[in-house]
Structures are given as structure tokens and as C-alpha cells.
Write a new protein. Structure first.
Length: 256
């Protein structure tokens, strides 16, 4: 199968959306958001609440013990989504994601970060893609916002599909991705080893592609990344990113 071969739709694409009040609810979708309890999560949750389609459930994994998040989630619950804040001791994005994923009961999971705002139609577009391709992972565009420079943005204007690891970035963005629960059963959860810190999404993408899971990029599914770590924190990302790059290089070269 070539790198550019399109996905074949295996689902009917039929809607699984119910109406609660004036809002439509995607009952088959859960959004998982890891956070250190930063106030910026209010912008993230507000953008989800302003979407053209709400998720069936929102799970916030809170490593900062910020009880004010409960009030934000209560507003979304009033609109029709089931909401949960899962307090978690310790640190680590991958560990937080895994805790949230283990709590998911719906067929599909969307992941974003507390410093991201999602576009109005983000959830609708991602849900449609996942329903059409229930054995693939889906990712979308990541735009820059806020006052801090963003190290990585994804702005390609054309849809694409990756079927095998490449020597370059395979487009899965940890702050903008959708993955069927069945795919997590097949591939496994995120690697929470400290050496993968800041690079767990790239490592998972590589592992998924090696296991025959396609990754589809849909540019219309957009999120805006509002901030980036300070310079010192960016330096901390280097070892994790280097570990993933080394693993990808070794795997790809071994296939040549």
C-alpha cells in the first residue's frame, strides 16, 4: 500500500448525534484533555462549548488539583455533555492521557490540550472522519495563537493519509487527534516512560503505523495552539524528541 493511497470508507458515516435542548450531541465521542490545572483551560473548554456539535462526554485529567474546573465543566454538562474531572497526582502528559483513556466508554476519542482552542466545526469534522474510517487515527491542522512562538504548526491545505512510518513527521498532533478505542486496544496506550516526555504522540504514531493503522490528516479540523513552554522548558523536550527520531530512523532503515 503506497504512502499516498486514500482510505477506503468502512463505516456508513451515519450520524450518531442526539439533541439536548438546542445543542446536538455526538453520543459516540469523548474528548480527553490533560491539564496541570492552568487557567488557560477555560479557553479550551469554552471553545468546545461553542462548537456546532458537543461530545457525549468530556474528561479532564487534572494534575493541578484545580477545583475551579468543576464549574467550567458544569456549564458543559448543562448543555448536554457528560463531564468528569479526574484528579491525578504526579506529572506527565502521557500518564494523564492514559488515565483518561482508561475511563472512556464511547467508541471514539478526541484529544486536545488545555492550551488549545478548537474551531467551531472541529468536533463535527473529526467525528465524521472517525465514523467513516473506524480503524484509522485522524489528525488535523494546528495553527499558532497567543503571544508565545509555537515550535510546531501543521498547516498543510490538502488531506493526506500515511500508511507506514516515514523519515519525516507523520502529522499526528497530540493536541488535535481522534482515535477509535478499538485502535488503542490494537496499538496500546501512550508510552509514559520519562524518556518519551514531550514526544509521546510521535512515538505512538510510529507504533500505530508499524501496526498497520493509517493516520489521516484532515486540514479542515483545526485547533489553535495558544502558547508554548518557555525556552528552558523547550530544551527539556529535546531528549524525548531525539528518542523518537532515533527509534523511527532505526525502524525505517531496518525496512530498507
Amino acid at each position: 500500500m503506497s504512502q499516498s493511497e486514500p482510505l477506503k470508507a468502512s463505516g456508513s458515516g451515519a450520524p450518531h448525534d442526539a439533541t439536548a435542548g438546542t445543542q446536538q450531541i455526538a453520543s459516540d465521542v469523548t474528548v480527553v484533555i490533560p491539564t496541570l490545572g492552568r487557567p488557560i483551560i477555560e479557553k479550551c473548554l469554552t471553545s468546545i462549548g461553542q462548537g456546532s456539535l458537543l461530545p457525549g462526554e468530556i474528561i479532564v485529567v487534572d494534575q493541578g488539583d484545580n477545583t475551579s474546573i468543576d464549574g467550567l465543566l458544569a456549564e458543559l454538562a448543562a448543555a448536554g455533555s457528560t463531564t468528569r474531572r479526574l484528579p491525578m497526582k504526579g506529572r506527565g502528559r502521557a500518564a494523564a492521557l492514559n488515565l483518561g483513556l482508561e475511563a472512556v466508554a464511547t467508541p471514539f476519542v478526541l484529544i486536545t490540550d488545555d492550551d488549545c482552542e478548537v474551531d467551531r466545526d472541529w468536533l463535527r469534522i473529526m467525528a465524521e472522519q472517525l465514523r467513516r474510517h473506524p480503524q484509522a487515527a485522524v489528525t488535523g491542522a494546528v495553527l499558532s495563537g497567543g503571544n508565545e512562538p509555537i515550535l510546531n504548526t501543521v498547516r498543510d491545505s490538502q488531506p493526506s493519509v500515511a500508511h507506514r512510518p516515514g523519515l519525516t513527521y507523520d502529522r499526528l498532533s497530540g493536541g488535535n487527534c481522534g482515535i477509535p478505542r478499538e485502535v488503542f486496544r490494537r496499538v496500546g496506550l501512550f508510552d509514559d516512560d520519562p524518556c518519551m516526555r514531550f514526544a509521546e504522540d510521535g512515538e505512538w504514531a510510529y507504533r500505530a503505523l508499524r501496526n498497520g493503522v493509517a493516520i489521516a490528516y484532515e486540514p479542515a479540523a483545526r485547533v489553535t495552539h495558544l502558547g508554548c513552554p518557555a525556552a528552558a522548558a523547550r530544551v527539556e523536550q529535546a531528549p524525548g524528541c531525539a528518542s523518537v527520531a532515533r527509534r523511527i530512523d532505526e525502524g525505517c532503515l531496518g525496512e530498507l
